[in-house]
Design a protein around this ligand. Structure first.
Ligand code: FAD
Length: 399
């Protein structure tokens, strides 16, 4: 006998970090959901992520940290800023002990695929539909809620639709008139270096950022220390592809950092095929929801990765969304309005501060760069960013 689960029918479009987190938090809240993912398998590209305390405390409560711990690297040092040409340390912050004392959690680095696997482990398998590419959502045909349309011609009615379908969101078209993405002039390179090939220097449990004219270069260990993640921002030229699967050559990546400290150029040389991603600039959306349809994660608030907070914000969205829906299961539109009211100002602020790093990280040598370096040396990012790391999405009151 088929038993209809209690609560609203919730459809989550997208099975990335945000979509799976939404399912996991909805489950914790006693609700059920179906996740529609276009890919035929749940996978993530080869790239690392920094998980700050605001993300870790949520993952721990979901039981995800138990799965993730063997693959995560607890950082001892972060924001180790260095000069591009000689590696002079401009500033560095010790995290061990301090981070737990301030925020109750450490900061970790992980491989995105490990995070996705760990999230998957707390979502019932039968909730996930693979190979389901959503082509549109409308609120006209369905009696209540919304109707989802899929590439294979099928349709599904739901009481609540959550668009967790990333930067190129299809669902976003229904809820907001997003301004077109702007060319930022920057692109990101990323690569993974196996620990055996990586210099000892890059295996330290540190997040290191090299700042130079027009470019910056970041590395930290991931995969429980079995690899090093590289991320770099450099001029994009006429490159405009915004895709996790786009690649380039090591030679092209290396050419961008010619003349930099040999520790940087050696690390680039040992990496596998680099990915390349055009960093497009998007203005915060004025609204995320339309009736019983809402957005979450990059679909709602894509941001430059310079604060390493995109995935963390998806997790926070997911926790607040589940609380709002559980508190008012018979009024999805009301619940979504409360969710949006809690989340939109915070994520817009993070979009803005992430954007502000774009120029500061890339100053040419000169008075501006010297002033920046002096302020980096005087700053305490762990305390100064308390509004980011101290936020507990489970405790923020719903309006
Ligand atoms: P995505 O991860 O893009 O997932 C969207 C999912 O939806 C995908 O699985 C996709 O296949 C699916 N989908 C898309 N369209 C459809 C459709 N029509 N139908 C069905 N399924 C669909 N964040 C951090 O917190 N820390 C970091 O250190 C960090 N570093 C970053 C470095 C780089 C270079 C970049 C680009 C981002 C970084 N971020 C970081 C940001 C982070 O990666 C994103 O914010 C996060 O992945 C967003 O997750 P999401 O689930 O919203 O979107």
């Amino acid at each position: 006998m088929h038993v209809t689960p209690p609560g609203p029918r919730i459809a989550v479009v997208g099975g990335g970090i945000g979509g799976l987190a939404a399912a996991a938090f909805l489950r914790r809240a006693g609700l059920t959901a179906t996740v529609y993912e276009q890919a035929s398998a749940l996978t993530e590209v080869g790239a690392g992520l920094v998980l700050a305390p605001n993300a870790v405390r949520l993952l721990r409560r979901l039981g995800v940290m138990d799965h993730l711990a063997p693959h995560a690297v607890p950082l001892d040092w972060a924001w180790e800023f260095r000069r591009w040409d000689d590696g002079d340390v401009l500033s560095v912050e010790r995290l061990t002990g301090v981070c737990e004392e301030l925020y109750g959690e450490r900061t970790y680095t992980v491989h995105r695929a490990d995070l996705l696997d760990a999230l998957k482990s707390v979502v019932p398998k039968e909730w996930i539909r693979l190979g389901a590419r959503c082509t549109g959502v409308d609120t006209d045909g369905a009696v209540d809620g919304a109707r989802l349309h899929f590439a294979d011609g099928t349709q599904v009615d739901a009481d609540v639709v959550v668009g967790a379908d990333g930067v190129h969101s299809v669902v976003r078209g229904l809820v907001a008139d997003a301004e077109p993405a702007q060319y930022s002039g920057l692109c990101a390179f990323r690569a993974i270096v196996p620990a055996e090939a990586a210099p000892e220097f890059a295996l330290r449990r540190a997040q290191t950022l090299w700042l130079g004219p027009g470019r910056h270069f970041v590395h930290y260990p991931i995969g429980g220390g079995r690899a090093v993640n590289i991320f770099a921002a450099a001029p994009a030229g006429d490159y405009t592809r915004e895709s996790w699967s786009a690649t380039t050559t090591t030679a092209e990546f290396a050419a961008e950092f010619a003349g930099w400290d040999p520790r940087v150029t050696e690390l680039i040389a040992t990496g596998g095929v680099p990915g390349r991603w055009a960093l497009l600039d998007r203005t915060p959306l004025p609204r995320w929801s339309h009736g019983s349809v809402t957005l979450l994660g990059d679909a709602a608030h894509p941001m430059f990765p310079f604060f390493a907070q995109g995935a963390a914000q998806s997790l926070e969205d997911a926790a607040v969304l589940a609380r709002a829906l559980a508190a008012d299961p018979d009024g999805p539109a009301r619940a979504l309005a409360r969710y949006e009211a809690v989340r939109i100002a915070r994520t817009a602020r993070l979009q803005e501060v992430s954007r502000s790093r774009r120029d500061a990280n890339h100053l040419p040598d000169g008075p501006g760069q010297r002033a920046r370096d002096a302020s980096l040396a005087a700053a305490d990012p762990l305390v100064g960013s308390g509004w980011i790391y101290g936020y507990d999405a489970d405790e923020i009151p719903l309006p």
